[in-house]
Design a protein. Structure first.
Ligand code: ARG
Length: 562
Protein backbone atom coordinates (compact mmCIF):
# COMPACT_ATOMS: atom_id res chain seq x y z
CA UNK A 1 0.00 0.00 0.00
CA UNK A 2 2.96 2.25 0.65
CA UNK A 3 3.68 1.81 -3.02
CA UNK A 4 0.25 3.16 -3.92
CA UNK A 5 0.83 6.19 -1.72
CA UNK A 6 4.17 6.77 -3.38
CA UNK A 7 2.61 6.42 -6.81
CA UNK A 8 0.07 9.14 -6.12
CA UNK A 9 2.72 11.41 -4.67
CA UNK A 10 5.11 10.81 -7.50
CA UNK A 11 2.62 11.98 -10.06
CA UNK A 12 1.66 15.05 -8.03
CA UNK A 13 5.31 15.93 -7.39
CA UNK A 14 6.15 15.59 -11.05
CA UNK A 15 3.49 18.11 -11.91
CA UNK A 16 5.20 20.46 -9.50
CA UNK A 17 8.49 19.89 -11.25
CA UNK A 18 10.05 17.59 -8.64
CA UNK A 19 11.32 14.33 -10.09
CA UNK A 20 11.70 11.81 -7.30
CA UNK A 21 11.97 8.04 -7.72
CA UNK A 22 9.36 5.73 -6.26
CA UNK A 23 11.64 4.35 -3.57
CA UNK A 24 12.95 7.79 -2.66
CA UNK A 25 9.40 8.80 -1.94
CA UNK A 26 8.74 5.55 -0.08
CA UNK A 27 11.65 6.33 2.19
CA UNK A 28 10.08 9.63 3.13
CA UNK A 29 6.66 8.18 3.90
CA UNK A 30 6.00 7.75 7.61
CA UNK A 31 3.62 5.62 9.61
CA UNK A 32 1.80 8.00 11.99
CA UNK A 33 1.85 7.10 15.68
CA UNK A 34 -1.94 6.82 15.82
CA UNK A 35 -4.53 6.13 13.20
CA UNK A 36 -6.38 9.40 13.75
CA UNK A 37 -3.52 10.90 11.82
CA UNK A 38 -4.02 8.48 8.96
CA UNK A 39 -2.37 5.23 7.98
CA UNK A 40 0.47 6.87 6.09
CA UNK A 41 1.86 10.38 6.26
CA UNK A 42 4.03 12.34 3.92
CA UNK A 43 6.04 15.16 5.53
CA UNK A 44 6.76 18.08 3.21
CA UNK A 45 9.73 19.64 5.05
CA UNK A 46 12.42 18.30 2.75
CA UNK A 47 10.78 19.89 -0.30
CA UNK A 48 10.63 23.34 1.20
CA UNK A 49 14.02 24.50 0.05
CA UNK A 50 13.65 23.22 -3.47
CA UNK A 51 10.16 24.61 -4.03
CA UNK A 52 10.89 27.83 -2.13
CA UNK A 53 7.67 27.54 -0.22
CA UNK A 54 6.54 26.60 3.26
CA UNK A 55 5.92 22.90 3.94
CA UNK A 56 2.33 23.75 4.89
CA UNK A 57 1.70 25.38 1.51
CA UNK A 58 3.37 22.48 -0.32
CA UNK A 59 1.10 20.00 1.48
CA UNK A 60 -1.97 21.95 0.36
CA UNK A 61 -0.80 22.12 -3.22
CA UNK A 62 0.08 18.43 -3.38
CA UNK A 63 -3.34 17.62 -2.01
CA UNK A 64 -4.91 19.66 -4.79
CA UNK A 65 -2.88 17.91 -7.44
CA UNK A 66 -3.83 14.48 -6.11
CA UNK A 67 -7.42 15.64 -5.75
CA UNK A 68 -8.71 14.65 -9.08
CA UNK A 69 -7.13 11.22 -9.31
CA UNK A 70 -9.85 8.61 -9.33
CA UNK A 71 -8.90 5.86 -6.93
CA UNK A 72 -10.39 3.41 -4.51
CA UNK A 73 -7.52 2.63 -2.19
CA UNK A 74 -8.02 5.60 0.11
CA UNK A 75 -11.02 6.78 1.98
CA UNK A 76 -9.56 10.19 2.52
CA UNK A 77 -6.42 12.24 2.06
CA UNK A 78 -6.04 15.23 4.37
CA UNK A 79 -3.51 17.93 4.97
CA UNK A 80 -2.49 18.60 8.51
CA UNK A 81 0.07 21.37 8.80
CA UNK A 82 3.18 20.25 6.93
CA UNK A 83 1.84 16.70 6.55
CA UNK A 84 -0.28 14.98 3.98
CA UNK A 85 -2.18 12.18 5.70
CA UNK A 86 -3.54 9.18 3.84
CA UNK A 87 -6.48 7.22 5.23
CA UNK A 88 -6.85 3.76 3.79
CA UNK A 89 -10.06 2.39 2.58
CA UNK A 90 -9.76 -0.20 5.28
CA UNK A 91 -12.31 -2.69 4.15
CA UNK A 92 -10.99 -2.99 0.66
CA UNK A 93 -7.44 -3.02 1.98
CA UNK A 94 -8.25 -5.86 4.39
CA UNK A 95 -10.06 -7.82 1.73
CA UNK A 96 -7.24 -7.40 -0.74
CA UNK A 97 -4.49 -8.34 1.71
CA UNK A 98 -6.18 -11.48 2.96
CA UNK A 99 -7.14 -12.47 -0.53
CA UNK A 100 -3.56 -12.04 -1.66
CA UNK A 101 -2.10 -14.17 1.10
CA UNK A 102 -4.64 -16.92 0.67
CA UNK A 103 -4.12 -16.98 -3.06
CA UNK A 104 -0.33 -16.90 -3.09
CA UNK A 105 0.24 -19.06 -0.01
CA UNK A 106 3.87 -20.11 0.27
CA UNK A 107 4.75 -17.66 -2.48
CA UNK A 108 3.32 -14.64 -0.72
CA UNK A 109 6.17 -12.17 -0.33
CA UNK A 110 8.23 -13.62 -3.17
CA UNK A 111 9.82 -11.18 -5.57
CA UNK A 112 11.26 -11.36 -9.03
CA UNK A 113 14.01 -8.82 -8.60
CA UNK A 114 16.69 -11.51 -8.68
CA UNK A 115 15.43 -13.31 -11.74
CA UNK A 116 18.20 -14.44 -14.04
CA UNK A 117 20.92 -13.46 -11.58
CA UNK A 118 23.27 -15.67 -9.62
CA UNK A 119 24.39 -15.12 -6.07
CA UNK A 120 26.97 -17.22 -4.30
CA UNK A 121 26.55 -17.51 -0.56
CA UNK A 122 29.57 -19.10 1.07
CA UNK A 123 28.91 -19.96 4.68
CA UNK A 124 29.63 -22.27 7.61
CA UNK A 125 33.03 -23.42 6.26
CA UNK A 126 34.32 -25.27 9.34
CA UNK A 127 37.80 -26.68 9.67
CA UNK A 128 38.22 -30.40 9.26
CA UNK A 129 39.82 -32.68 11.81
CA UNK A 130 38.27 -30.46 14.45
CA UNK A 131 34.83 -30.90 15.91
CA UNK A 132 32.11 -28.52 14.74
CA UNK A 133 32.33 -25.93 17.45
CA UNK A 134 30.17 -23.01 18.35
CA UNK A 135 32.60 -20.79 16.45
CA UNK A 136 31.03 -21.75 13.13
CA UNK A 137 27.44 -21.64 14.30
CA UNK A 138 26.74 -17.99 13.55
CA UNK A 139 28.01 -18.25 10.01
CA UNK A 140 25.89 -21.37 9.49
CA UNK A 141 22.69 -19.78 10.77
CA UNK A 142 23.08 -16.35 9.16
CA UNK A 143 24.43 -17.63 5.85
CA UNK A 144 21.58 -20.10 5.53
CA UNK A 145 19.01 -17.40 6.15
CA UNK A 146 20.60 -15.01 3.67
CA UNK A 147 20.57 -17.74 1.05
CA UNK A 148 16.85 -18.32 1.71
CA UNK A 149 16.12 -14.61 1.46
CA UNK A 150 17.91 -14.30 -1.87
CA UNK A 151 16.17 -17.35 -3.23
CA UNK A 152 12.82 -15.86 -2.23
CA UNK A 153 13.68 -12.81 -4.30
CA UNK A 154 14.16 -14.91 -7.36
CA UNK A 155 17.94 -15.18 -7.40
CA UNK A 156 19.62 -18.42 -8.34
CA UNK A 157 21.58 -19.10 -5.17
CA UNK A 158 24.63 -21.33 -4.96
CA UNK A 159 25.38 -22.35 -1.40
CA UNK A 160 29.02 -23.19 -0.91
CA UNK A 161 30.71 -24.74 2.09
CA UNK A 162 34.41 -23.94 1.84
CA UNK A 163 36.09 -26.28 4.29
CA UNK A 164 39.31 -25.44 6.05
CA UNK A 165 40.92 -28.62 4.81
CA UNK A 166 44.45 -27.52 3.99
CA UNK A 167 47.29 -25.83 5.81
CA UNK A 168 50.05 -26.45 8.31
CA UNK A 169 47.65 -27.95 10.85
CA UNK A 170 47.48 -31.06 8.69
CA UNK A 171 51.20 -31.41 9.01
CA UNK A 172 50.68 -31.52 12.75
CA UNK A 173 47.90 -34.01 12.43
CA UNK A 174 49.72 -36.39 10.11
CA UNK A 175 52.83 -36.26 12.23
CA UNK A 176 50.70 -36.72 15.36
CA UNK A 177 48.83 -39.66 13.90
CA UNK A 178 52.03 -41.42 12.94
CA UNK A 179 53.40 -40.90 16.44
CA UNK A 180 50.36 -41.20 18.73
CA UNK A 181 47.51 -42.47 16.57
CA UNK A 182 45.60 -45.72 16.76
CA UNK A 183 43.58 -47.15 13.92
CA UNK A 184 41.18 -48.72 16.37
CA UNK A 185 40.42 -45.47 18.17
CA UNK A 186 40.06 -43.66 14.88
CA UNK A 187 37.45 -46.15 13.73
CA UNK A 188 35.52 -45.87 16.96
CA UNK A 189 35.30 -42.12 17.49
CA UNK A 190 37.32 -40.41 14.78
CA UNK A 191 36.72 -36.78 15.69
CA UNK A 192 37.53 -37.32 19.33
CA UNK A 193 40.68 -39.19 18.48
CA UNK A 194 41.84 -36.60 15.97
CA UNK A 195 41.35 -33.90 18.55
CA UNK A 196 43.44 -35.83 21.09
CA UNK A 197 46.18 -36.27 18.54
CA UNK A 198 46.09 -32.63 17.60
CA UNK A 199 46.48 -31.52 21.19
CA UNK A 200 49.47 -33.83 21.67
CA UNK A 201 51.16 -32.82 18.43
CA UNK A 202 50.52 -29.10 18.71
CA UNK A 203 53.72 -28.49 20.69
CA UNK A 204 56.70 -26.33 19.99
CA UNK A 205 59.10 -29.28 19.99
CA UNK A 206 57.24 -30.91 17.06
CA UNK A 207 57.01 -27.79 14.95
CA UNK A 208 59.79 -28.84 12.60
CA UNK A 209 58.34 -32.35 12.12
CA UNK A 210 54.92 -30.89 11.39
CA UNK A 211 56.32 -28.50 8.81
CA UNK A 212 58.10 -31.35 7.07
CA UNK A 213 54.93 -33.41 6.99
CA UNK A 214 52.94 -30.54 5.51
CA UNK A 215 55.57 -29.99 2.84
CA UNK A 216 55.27 -33.67 1.91
CA UNK A 217 51.54 -33.26 1.68
CA UNK A 218 51.86 -30.22 -0.57
CA UNK A 219 54.23 -32.14 -2.80
CA UNK A 220 51.64 -34.85 -3.23
CA UNK A 221 53.18 -37.68 -1.20
CA UNK A 222 50.84 -40.67 -1.51
CA UNK A 223 50.86 -41.88 2.08
CA UNK A 224 50.32 -38.37 3.43
CA UNK A 225 47.47 -37.74 1.03
CA UNK A 226 45.84 -41.00 2.01
CA UNK A 227 45.83 -40.06 5.68
CA UNK A 228 44.62 -36.56 4.92
CA UNK A 229 41.75 -37.93 2.85
CA UNK A 230 40.80 -40.29 5.65
CA UNK A 231 40.65 -37.44 8.17
CA UNK A 232 38.69 -35.28 5.78
CA UNK A 233 36.07 -37.93 5.13
CA UNK A 234 35.53 -38.61 8.80
CA UNK A 235 35.09 -34.92 9.50
CA UNK A 236 32.77 -34.33 6.62
CA UNK A 237 30.54 -37.18 7.70
CA UNK A 238 30.38 -35.66 11.12
CA UNK A 239 29.53 -32.17 9.82
CA UNK A 240 26.87 -33.52 7.51
CA UNK A 241 25.10 -35.11 10.45
CA UNK A 242 24.82 -31.71 12.08
CA UNK A 243 23.63 -29.97 8.91
CA UNK A 244 21.01 -32.66 8.50
CA UNK A 245 19.59 -31.98 11.95
CA UNK A 246 19.69 -28.26 11.21
CA UNK A 247 17.81 -28.84 7.96
CA UNK A 248 20.58 -27.09 6.03
CA UNK A 249 21.77 -28.17 2.59
CA UNK A 250 24.72 -27.04 0.52
CA UNK A 251 25.01 -27.13 -3.23
CA UNK A 252 28.78 -27.48 -3.15
CA UNK A 253 31.23 -28.83 -0.63
CA UNK A 254 34.67 -27.65 -1.52
CA UNK A 255 37.63 -26.46 0.46
CA UNK A 256 41.03 -24.91 0.53
CA UNK A 257 42.60 -28.17 -0.65
CA UNK A 258 40.88 -27.83 -4.04
CA UNK A 259 42.83 -24.65 -4.68
CA UNK A 260 46.26 -25.74 -3.67
CA UNK A 261 47.53 -26.22 -7.20
CA UNK A 262 45.61 -23.30 -8.61
CA UNK A 263 47.11 -21.09 -5.93
CA UNK A 264 50.51 -21.72 -7.53
CA UNK A 265 49.20 -20.37 -10.81
CA UNK A 266 47.94 -17.30 -8.97
CA UNK A 267 51.44 -16.57 -7.77
CA UNK A 268 52.62 -16.73 -11.38
CA UNK A 269 49.82 -14.42 -12.46
CA UNK A 270 50.69 -11.97 -9.68
CA UNK A 271 54.32 -12.03 -10.75
CA UNK A 272 53.44 -11.47 -14.40
CA UNK A 273 51.19 -8.58 -13.53
CA UNK A 274 53.95 -7.09 -11.42
CA UNK A 275 51.86 -6.99 -8.29
CA UNK A 276 54.09 -8.99 -5.91
CA UNK A 277 57.51 -8.28 -4.57
CA UNK A 278 60.05 -10.38 -2.73
CA UNK A 279 60.48 -9.65 0.93
CA UNK A 280 62.83 -11.71 3.13
CA UNK A 281 62.48 -14.70 0.85
CA UNK A 282 58.69 -14.59 0.76
CA UNK A 283 56.37 -13.05 -1.81
CA UNK A 284 54.11 -10.24 -0.66
CA UNK A 285 51.66 -7.69 -2.06
CA UNK A 286 52.27 -4.23 -0.69
CA UNK A 287 48.90 -2.72 0.16
CA UNK A 288 50.08 0.12 2.39
CA UNK A 289 49.09 2.63 -0.29
CA UNK A 290 45.50 1.59 0.30
CA UNK A 291 45.72 1.82 4.06
CA UNK A 292 45.99 -1.95 4.43
CA UNK A 293 48.75 -4.15 5.76
CA UNK A 294 51.05 -5.94 3.34
CA UNK A 295 49.70 -9.39 2.47
CA UNK A 296 51.85 -12.50 2.08
CA UNK A 297 50.99 -14.82 -0.78
CA UNK A 298 53.90 -17.27 -0.72
CA UNK A 299 55.97 -18.32 2.27
CA UNK A 300 59.75 -18.61 2.30
CA UNK A 301 59.50 -22.40 1.93
CA UNK A 302 57.47 -21.93 -1.26
CA UNK A 303 54.12 -22.99 0.17
CA UNK A 304 50.95 -20.99 -0.41
CA UNK A 305 48.66 -19.41 2.16
CA UNK A 306 45.02 -19.05 3.09
CA UNK A 307 44.83 -15.78 1.14
CA UNK A 308 46.41 -17.28 -1.98
CA UNK A 309 43.89 -20.09 -1.99
CA UNK A 310 41.03 -17.62 -1.54
CA UNK A 311 42.22 -15.68 -4.59
CA UNK A 312 42.29 -18.85 -6.64
CA UNK A 313 38.85 -19.92 -5.40
CA UNK A 314 37.23 -16.57 -6.18
CA UNK A 315 38.61 -16.47 -9.72
CA UNK A 316 37.55 -20.03 -10.28
CA UNK A 317 34.03 -19.36 -9.05
CA UNK A 318 33.63 -16.35 -11.27
CA UNK A 319 34.63 -18.46 -14.26
CA UNK A 320 32.19 -21.16 -13.34
CA UNK A 321 29.16 -19.16 -12.19
CA UNK A 322 29.52 -15.65 -13.57
CA UNK A 323 27.91 -14.44 -10.35
CA UNK A 324 26.17 -11.14 -9.79
CA UNK A 325 27.29 -11.10 -6.20
CA UNK A 326 29.39 -13.32 -3.96
CA UNK A 327 28.84 -13.27 -0.25
CA UNK A 328 31.27 -14.60 2.34
CA UNK A 329 29.56 -15.06 5.69
CA UNK A 330 32.59 -15.15 8.00
CA UNK A 331 33.30 -13.73 11.47
CA UNK A 332 34.49 -10.14 11.81
CA UNK A 333 37.94 -11.23 13.00
CA UNK A 334 38.72 -11.98 9.36
CA UNK A 335 37.85 -8.51 8.16
CA UNK A 336 41.41 -7.55 7.29
CA UNK A 337 41.89 -10.78 5.35
CA UNK A 338 38.87 -10.06 3.17
CA UNK A 339 39.77 -6.43 2.62
CA UNK A 340 43.24 -7.46 1.51
CA UNK A 341 42.09 -10.25 -0.70
CA UNK A 342 39.37 -8.18 -2.42
CA UNK A 343 41.91 -5.42 -3.00
CA UNK A 344 44.36 -7.85 -4.60
CA UNK A 345 41.62 -9.13 -6.92
CA UNK A 346 40.98 -5.54 -7.94
CA UNK A 347 44.69 -4.91 -8.54
CA UNK A 348 44.78 -8.03 -10.70
CA UNK A 349 42.22 -6.32 -12.89
CA UNK A 350 39.13 -8.30 -11.98
CA UNK A 351 36.30 -5.80 -12.22
CA UNK A 352 33.88 -8.13 -10.46
CA UNK A 353 35.93 -7.81 -7.26
CA UNK A 354 33.52 -5.05 -6.24
CA UNK A 355 30.73 -7.62 -6.19
CA UNK A 356 32.42 -9.68 -3.49
CA UNK A 357 31.14 -8.90 -0.04
CA UNK A 358 32.34 -9.97 3.35
CA UNK A 359 29.21 -10.26 5.46
CA UNK A 360 30.58 -10.39 8.95
CA UNK A 361 29.20 -11.11 12.38
CA UNK A 362 30.18 -10.55 15.98
CA UNK A 363 30.70 -13.36 18.47
CA UNK A 364 28.63 -14.99 21.15
CA UNK A 365 29.02 -13.77 24.69
CA UNK A 366 28.63 -15.80 27.86
CA UNK A 367 26.77 -14.64 30.97
CA UNK A 368 29.68 -12.57 32.18
CA UNK A 369 29.95 -10.79 28.84
CA UNK A 370 33.09 -12.61 27.72
CA UNK A 371 33.54 -14.37 24.43
CA UNK A 372 31.68 -17.66 24.57
CA UNK A 373 33.84 -20.33 23.02
CA UNK A 374 35.13 -22.56 25.75
CA UNK A 375 33.76 -24.11 28.90
CA UNK A 376 36.26 -24.88 31.63
CA UNK A 377 38.96 -24.44 29.04
CA UNK A 378 37.42 -26.91 26.58
CA UNK A 379 35.96 -25.86 23.24
CA UNK A 380 32.19 -26.03 23.19
CA UNK A 381 30.93 -28.64 20.77
CA UNK A 382 27.88 -28.06 18.66
CA UNK A 383 26.63 -31.55 19.38
CA UNK A 384 26.63 -30.90 23.11
CA UNK A 385 24.81 -27.60 22.69
CA UNK A 386 22.19 -29.23 20.53
CA UNK A 387 21.70 -32.12 22.93
CA UNK A 388 21.31 -29.71 25.82
CA UNK A 389 18.81 -27.54 23.95
CA UNK A 390 16.79 -30.55 22.85
CA UNK A 391 16.51 -31.82 26.41
CA UNK A 392 15.28 -28.41 27.58
CA UNK A 393 12.72 -28.38 24.77
CA UNK A 394 11.62 -31.85 25.78
CA UNK A 395 10.91 -30.73 29.33
CA UNK A 396 8.79 -27.82 28.12
CA UNK A 397 6.77 -30.02 25.79
CA UNK A 398 6.11 -32.69 28.40
CA UNK A 399 5.03 -30.03 30.87
CA UNK A 400 2.22 -29.15 28.47
CA UNK A 401 1.40 -32.54 27.06
CA UNK A 402 2.09 -35.59 29.18
CA UNK A 403 0.54 -38.05 26.78
CA UNK A 404 2.55 -37.15 23.70
CA UNK A 405 3.81 -40.08 21.62
CA UNK A 406 7.52 -40.77 21.39
CA UNK A 407 7.70 -40.10 17.67
CA UNK A 408 5.80 -36.85 17.97
CA UNK A 409 7.95 -35.75 20.87
CA UNK A 410 11.18 -36.40 19.04
CA UNK A 411 10.15 -34.48 15.98
CA UNK A 412 8.88 -31.54 18.01
CA UNK A 413 11.81 -31.22 20.34
CA UNK A 414 14.24 -30.95 17.46
CA UNK A 415 12.15 -28.34 15.65
CA UNK A 416 11.74 -26.30 18.81
CA UNK A 417 15.41 -26.56 19.74
CA UNK A 418 16.44 -25.37 16.28
CA UNK A 419 13.95 -22.50 16.48
CA UNK A 420 15.40 -21.53 19.85
CA UNK A 421 19.00 -21.49 18.66
CA UNK A 422 18.42 -19.96 15.23
CA UNK A 423 16.03 -17.28 16.41
CA UNK A 424 18.18 -16.49 19.46
CA UNK A 425 20.87 -15.53 16.98
CA UNK A 426 18.89 -14.03 14.11
CA UNK A 427 16.84 -11.61 16.17
CA UNK A 428 20.04 -9.61 16.72
CA UNK A 429 21.83 -7.32 14.39
CA UNK A 430 24.46 -9.67 13.01
CA UNK A 431 27.40 -7.32 13.52
CA UNK A 432 26.81 -7.13 17.28
CA UNK A 433 28.34 -9.41 19.86
CA UNK A 434 25.36 -11.23 21.28
CA UNK A 435 24.53 -13.27 24.36
CA UNK A 436 24.33 -17.01 23.89
CA UNK A 437 21.92 -18.18 26.54
CA UNK A 438 20.13 -21.41 25.78
CA UNK A 439 17.82 -21.16 28.79
CA UNK A 440 16.52 -17.82 27.54
CA UNK A 441 16.41 -18.93 23.92
CA UNK A 442 14.21 -21.93 24.73
CA UNK A 443 11.60 -20.04 26.75
CA UNK A 444 8.04 -20.25 25.43
CA UNK A 445 7.50 -16.64 26.44
CA UNK A 446 9.08 -13.40 25.31
CA UNK A 447 11.08 -12.62 22.22
CA UNK A 448 12.05 -16.21 21.38
CA UNK A 449 11.72 -18.73 18.59
CA UNK A 450 9.50 -21.10 20.58
CA UNK A 451 7.13 -18.23 21.48
CA UNK A 452 6.64 -17.53 17.79
CA UNK A 453 6.12 -21.20 17.01
CA UNK A 454 3.61 -21.30 19.84
CA UNK A 455 1.59 -18.47 18.32
CA UNK A 456 1.48 -20.40 15.09
CA UNK A 457 0.23 -23.53 16.82
CA UNK A 458 -2.35 -21.55 18.73
CA UNK A 459 -3.74 -20.06 15.53
CA UNK A 460 -3.95 -23.59 14.19
CA UNK A 461 -6.07 -24.76 17.07
CA UNK A 462 -8.60 -22.01 16.33
CA UNK A 463 -8.92 -23.18 12.76
CA UNK A 464 -9.39 -26.77 13.88
CA UNK A 465 -12.44 -25.79 15.88
CA UNK A 466 -13.82 -23.79 13.00
CA UNK A 467 -16.74 -24.77 10.85
CA UNK A 468 -16.34 -25.13 7.12
CA UNK A 469 -14.76 -21.98 5.64
CA UNK A 470 -17.27 -19.69 4.04
CA UNK A 471 -16.85 -16.81 1.68
CA UNK A 472 -16.15 -13.77 3.75
CA UNK A 473 -17.39 -10.27 3.74
CA UNK A 474 -15.51 -7.50 5.50
CA UNK A 475 -17.55 -5.33 7.85
CA UNK A 476 -16.43 -2.54 10.14
CA UNK A 477 -12.92 -3.41 11.35
CA UNK A 478 -11.68 -3.33 14.90
CA UNK A 479 -8.39 -1.59 15.62
CA UNK A 480 -6.54 -4.87 16.28
CA UNK A 481 -7.83 -6.38 13.08
CA UNK A 482 -6.54 -3.55 10.96
CA UNK A 483 -3.21 -3.67 12.78
CA UNK A 484 -2.89 -7.33 11.95
CA UNK A 485 -3.85 -6.74 8.32
CA UNK A 486 -1.29 -3.96 8.02
CA UNK A 487 1.45 -6.12 9.47
CA UNK A 488 0.61 -8.94 7.08
CA UNK A 489 0.80 -6.55 4.16
CA UNK A 490 4.28 -5.46 5.22
CA UNK A 491 5.88 -8.87 4.75
CA UNK A 492 7.06 -8.34 1.15
CA UNK A 493 8.70 -5.08 2.19
CA UNK A 494 10.46 -6.80 5.09
CA UNK A 495 11.85 -9.43 2.73
CA UNK A 496 13.09 -6.75 0.38
CA UNK A 497 14.80 -4.80 3.14
CA UNK A 498 16.36 -7.90 4.65
CA UNK A 499 17.92 -8.70 1.28
CA UNK A 500 19.04 -5.15 0.61
CA UNK A 501 20.67 -4.80 4.01
CA UNK A 502 21.90 -8.41 4.19
CA UNK A 503 20.09 -8.54 7.45
CA UNK A 504 17.99 -11.54 8.49
CA UNK A 505 17.21 -9.75 11.75
CA UNK A 506 14.64 -7.69 9.83
CA UNK A 507 12.71 -10.90 9.12
CA UNK A 508 13.21 -12.19 12.65
CA UNK A 509 11.90 -8.98 14.21
CA UNK A 510 9.05 -8.93 11.74
CA UNK A 511 8.07 -12.49 12.76
CA UNK A 512 8.01 -11.53 16.41
CA UNK A 513 5.95 -8.40 15.86
CA UNK A 514 3.52 -10.33 13.70
CA UNK A 515 3.09 -12.98 16.41
CA UNK A 516 2.58 -10.28 19.03
CA UNK A 517 -0.04 -8.45 17.02
CA UNK A 518 -1.80 -11.71 16.36
CA UNK A 519 -1.93 -12.48 20.08
CA UNK A 520 -3.35 -9.03 20.78
CA UNK A 521 -5.94 -9.51 18.07
CA UNK A 522 -6.88 -12.87 19.49
CA UNK A 523 -7.34 -11.40 22.95
CA UNK A 524 -9.57 -8.58 21.84
CA UNK A 525 -11.52 -10.10 18.95
CA UNK A 526 -13.68 -13.14 19.26
CA UNK A 527 -13.25 -15.37 16.23
CA UNK A 528 -15.55 -18.38 16.37
CA UNK A 529 -19.18 -17.52 16.87
CA UNK A 530 -18.73 -13.84 16.11
CA UNK A 531 -20.57 -11.98 13.39
CA UNK A 532 -17.29 -11.50 11.63
CA UNK A 533 -16.42 -15.17 11.86
CA UNK A 534 -15.77 -15.86 8.20
CA UNK A 535 -13.47 -12.90 7.74
CA UNK A 536 -11.64 -13.47 11.01
CA UNK A 537 -11.02 -17.10 10.18
CA UNK A 538 -9.53 -16.01 6.88
CA UNK A 539 -7.41 -13.54 8.80
CA UNK A 540 -6.14 -16.27 11.15
CA UNK A 541 -5.36 -18.43 8.17
CA UNK A 542 -3.43 -15.58 6.53
CA UNK A 543 -1.51 -14.98 9.72
CA UNK A 544 -0.41 -18.62 9.81
CA UNK A 545 0.68 -18.53 6.21
CA UNK A 546 2.72 -15.36 6.51
CA UNK A 547 4.35 -16.44 9.76
CA UNK A 548 5.28 -19.75 8.20
CA UNK A 549 6.80 -18.04 5.17
CA UNK A 550 8.68 -15.68 7.41
CA UNK A 551 10.08 -18.39 9.71
CA UNK A 552 11.08 -20.45 6.73
CA UNK A 553 13.40 -17.67 5.63
CA UNK A 554 15.09 -17.97 9.00
CA UNK A 555 15.51 -21.72 8.60
CA UNK A 556 12.86 -22.41 11.25
CA UNK A 557 10.02 -24.85 10.85
CA UNK A 558 6.55 -24.48 12.28
CA UNK A 559 4.92 -26.95 14.66
CA UNK A 560 1.22 -27.78 14.45
CA UNK A 561 0.75 -28.33 18.15
CA UNK A 562 3.16 -27.48 20.94
N1 ARG B 1 37.63 -22.17 7.51
C1 ARG B 1 37.76 -20.79 7.86
C2 ARG B 1 37.77 -20.63 9.37
O1 ARG B 1 37.19 -21.41 10.04
C3 ARG B 1 36.67 -19.94 7.30
C4 ARG B 1 36.64 -19.86 5.80
C5 ARG B 1 36.04 -18.61 5.32
N2 ARG B 1 35.96 -18.51 3.90
C6 ARG B 1 36.90 -18.11 3.10
N3 ARG B 1 36.66 -18.10 1.81
N4 ARG B 1 38.06 -17.70 3.54
O2 ARG B 1 38.31 -19.68 9.88
Amino acid sequence: MKKEVAKLLRKALKEKGVALKGDEIENLIEIPPNSEMGDYAFPCFSLSEKLKDSPEQIAIELREKIGNEPQTDFEDIQTKGPYLNFFLNRKSFARQTVWYVITWKKDFGKAESGKGKKVIVEFSSPNIAKPFGIGHLRSTIIGNSLANIFEFQGFKVIKINYLGDWGTQFGKLIFGYKKFGSEKKLGKNPIKHLLEIYVKANKKKYEKNAREEFKKLEEGDKKSLMLWRLFRNFSLEDFKKIYKRFGIKFDVYTGESSYNKKARQIIEELKNKGIVKKSKGAFVVDLTKYGLQTAMVEKTDGTTLYATRDLAAAIDRYKEYNFEKMIYEVGQEQQLHFMQFFKILELMGYKWAKNCVHVSHGFYLDKSGKKFATRKGKTILMNDILTETISLAKKEIIKRNKKISKKDLEEKMLKIAIAAIFYGDLKNNRTNNIPFDIKKFISFEGDTGPYIQYSYARAGSILKKAPEQKKFEVRELEEKEIELVKKLSQFPEAVLNAGKNLSPSIIANYSYQLAQIFNEFYHSCKVIGSEQEAFRLALVQSFRQVLKNSLKLLGIETVEKM
